[in-house]
Write a new protein. Structure first.
Ligand SMILES: Nc1ncnc2c1ncn2[C@@H]1O[C@H](COP(=O)(O)OP(=O)(O)O)[C@@H](O)[C@H]1O
Length: 334
């Protein structure tokens, strides 16, 4: 399809952006030969994912406008590492690549983080990029990896913990585990809880490799977005798991997306929601004008291709310049 003159003009905005940032998702590195996803429909390039990360970092380091930060959208190493006793070594290898990046990296936590490490180990690791918020500390959020930061006046990024309610990464003895078990059992009759329920399509999200936000995290997010609305900020919300059904397959959707979406839509500050998890990627604009972008996964990207992007942030829009499988997009604010 030919770009309209208006679209072309938007893409070619030559004015200096307020700042830029990098995007990369689902690296899932492992020192293993290529494999396939569960259904055998997508090839996974476990070793080569490191080379694609290297390509991305080289590109970001050479950009004219250096990215202010990079969003690593989760699943940095594959769960298979655990089986081979290689979790620490694999993580170190990937982090070593990231250390060559001149921009600060924000690490989001996905299901594969919890296959490899306990939640408390993650909190004391380099994968904890938490920036302490400006609001009063809330003790109920102590076991939740959610934070926010403002890279430039009038812009804010919120990193969510999509496995706050989950069967992975929570001790069986804790209340959140019991709550999660009840939620999943209510919707998924299968013995194997990674197998999606078959009858009601939207119930396909109630699988063990997904999760959701606790009421405490929802309340925290609501307070934060209320304050951003008042300050006239533009907010981008970041999570491993997507929250809009049109931006992902149902089996990769956050359990309580139906509570999160209305909350985001009610806050005029929210302009964009970024996620990984669904390696095929996805994109939609919701009914209130929030852009939902699911970034294509590095792990299922062939060696001769790429999967990373740079976002140029302006006062009225963000321009995504994608590489390889990732498309260019203009994201006008609502
Ligand atoms: N339909 C299914 N039935 C049973 N187990 C499944 C199904 N789909 C995925 N799984 C299991 O769920 C886990 C996560 O699936 P996978 O596709 O590997 O997730 P990811 O994309 O995060 O790597 C794996 O252990 C996989 O074997």
């Amino acid at each position: 399809m030919m770009a309209t003159p208006q679209r072309r003009a938007q893409m070619e905005d030559n004015a200096a952006p307020a700042f830029t940032f990098g995007l990369i998702a689902d690296i899932q590195y492992a020192d293993l030969k290529d494999g396939y996803n569960f259904h055998g429909t997508r090839k996974r390039y476990y070793r080569n994912s490191l080379h694609l990360l290297r390509n991305a970092i080289r590109h970001w380091n050479e950009e004219k406008v250096k990215p202010s930060f990079i969003l690593q959208l989760g699943d940095i190493i594959d769960g298979f590492n655990r089986k081979h006793g290689a979790s620490g070594k694999a993580l170190e290898k990937v982090l070593d690549e990231f250390r060559g990046c001149s921009a600060q990296v924000h690490h989001v936590w996905g299901n594969h983080e919890f296959y490899n490490f306990t939640r408390s180990a993650l909190f004391s690791s380099e994968l904890n990029s938490e920036v302490k918020g400006e609001e009063e500390r809330d003790d109920r959020m102590d076991d939740v990896y959610a934070y926010h930061f403002s890279p430039a006046p009038k812009f804010r990024f919120v990193v969510l913990d999509a496995y706050d309610l989950s069967l992975i990464g929570r001790e069986e003895s804790c209340e959140k585990y019991s709550q999660s078990f009840e939620i999943i059992k209510e919707h998924n009759p299968n013995e194997e809880l990674n197998q999606p329920a078959g009858l009601i399509p939207m119930d396909g999200r109630f699988v063990k490799f997904n999760g959701g936000l606790s009421q405490d995290q929802l309340d925290w997010l609501d307070r934060l977005l209320t304050s951003a609305d008042e300050k006239g900020e533009k907010v981008t919300v970041v999570s491993h798991i997507p929250v809009h059904p049109y931006s992902t397959s149902t089996t990769c959707l956050t359990w309580n997306y139906d509570e999160i979406l209305p909350l985001l839509c009610a806050h005029k500050s929210v302009v964009c929601f970024l996620a990984g998890h669904d390696h095929d990627g996805g994109y939609c604009v919701d009914s209130t004008g929030i852009h939902h972008l699911t970034v294509e996964g590095v792990i299922e990207t062939p060696p001769d291709c790429d999967a990373f992007g740079t976002v140029y942030v302006y006062e009225d829009k963000m321009i995504l310049r994608g590489n390889g499988r990732i498309k260019n997009r203009v994201l006008m604010y609502r």
